[in-house]
Design a protein around this ligand. Structure first.
Ligand SMILES: Nc1nc2c(ncn2[C@@H]2O[C@H](COP(=O)(O)OP(=O)(O)OP(=O)(O)O)[C@@H](O)[C@H]2O)c(=O)[nH]1
Ligand SMILES: [Mg+2]
Ligand SMILES: [Zn+2]
Length: 298
């Protein structure tokens, strides 16, 4: 076999993987059948070994060990998950946002909560929720340029992924950071009031001294198919709960939902934990418990 080169997958589309090597050379590759058999497919962000035949056909031969990976959005080796919600249309979905922070925390990836379209409405209320949780959170506008420089500094020296519902303005943000990208963007559908799913594939761009992935928007993330989290693990994935977890009256059996003597619910009542986040927690806890019970019923 010819010598193998090492590169990073920067896009995948229709069964092809686009692998970038030094000097920004991009090779179109297929994946070896063995990946499909093992149930592992290469992801954008993967470092891979690949071969090229004399006729120029590339083939991914091996995925190098991953630091982490996400099923949704599908990508690997991420340092920071930038969750984008719009304060206007489409409205923020608190539960989906909090699920994304949980998925990030679970992998040791830093979650950042950004709120777009602040030229239309202030993001103060939402930002307050995530600041209270100790996360980086602020509003920005791709239209006026508000806080775009702050995002620039976040991207430096990191591999980031942008996630968020269709129409929140992920591609518009990348265009604001670098107009030469000229990514396709589209307005919200008048008929449905939803995004148009303009971005169709995950792509990594070199930007602001780092790498950032644009991804297709999605509006649901379910615990059964996308990410199963054991209910007992969940509270540990809300960083603002951590200082209270040892103080519940019934110790580790406390679900922090409506239990007597629960230090977490007490902190919610005292305004030390944002009620919105705790409500997301209780909804996720119920769902995770249901998924767990179904697993045992089978
Ligand atoms: N007023 C205002 N509109 C914005 C802003 N950012 C994006 N938009 C508009 O929001 C719409 C959706 O923007 P996109 O960038 O296509 O959204 P996206 O998140 O990439 O959507 P998908 O690719 O479908 O996931 C477009 O009509 C943009 O012009 C902003 O800061 N202010
Ligand atoms: Mg887009
Ligand atoms: Zn408790």
């Amino acid at each position: 076999m010819a010598d193998l080169s090492v590169g990073r997958i920067i896009n995948s589309n229709g069964g092809f993987y686009y692998v970038e090597t030094a000097g920004s050379v991009i090779t179109e590759c297929r994946a070896r059948g063995i990946f499909r058999k093992n149930g592992i497919s290469p992801l954008v962000g993967d470092e891979v070994r690949f071969s090229v035949t004399p006729t120029g056909e590339g083939s991914v031969e091996e995925i190098l060990p991953r630091k982490n990976f996400f099923n949704r959005p599908p990508c690997a080796n991420i340092d920071m998950l930038i969750c984008v919600s719009s304060v206007a249309d489409p409205a923020p979905n608190q539960l989906v946002n909090d699920r994304m922070t949980v998925c990030a925390e679970r992998r040791g990836v830093v979650p950042v909560m950004l709120f777009s379209k602040t030229d239309i409405k202030t993001a103060e209320y939402y930002v307050g929720i995530y600041e209270k949780a100790g996360m980086i959170s602020f509003g920005f506008s791709a239209e006026t340029g508000e806080n775009i420089d702050r995002i620039r500094t976040l991207l430096k020296d990191r591999v980031c992924v942008l996630t968020g519902n269709s129409g929140v303005g992920k591609s518009s943000l990348l265009n604001a950071l670098d107009p030469s990208l000229s990514l396709a963007t589209a307005g919200i559908s008048d008929k449905l009031g939803r995004g148009r799913h303009t971005t169709r594939t995950v792509t990594l761009y070199k930007l602001c001294g780092g790498l950032v992935a644009d991804t297709p928007g999605f509006s649901v993330l379910d615990f059964e198919n996308d990410e199963h989290i054991p209910p007992d693990e969940l509270a540990y994935l809300f960083p603002e709960f951590l200082p209270y977890l040892g103080d519940c009256r019934f110790g580790s059996s406390c679900a922090h939902v409506k239990d007597k003597g629960c230090a977490v619910t007490e902190a919610v009542q005292n305004g030390l934990i944002a009620r919105e986040r705790w409500e997301s927690y209780t909804a996720m806890y119920a769902e995770a418990t249901e998924v767990e019970n179904r697993k045992w019923d089978r």
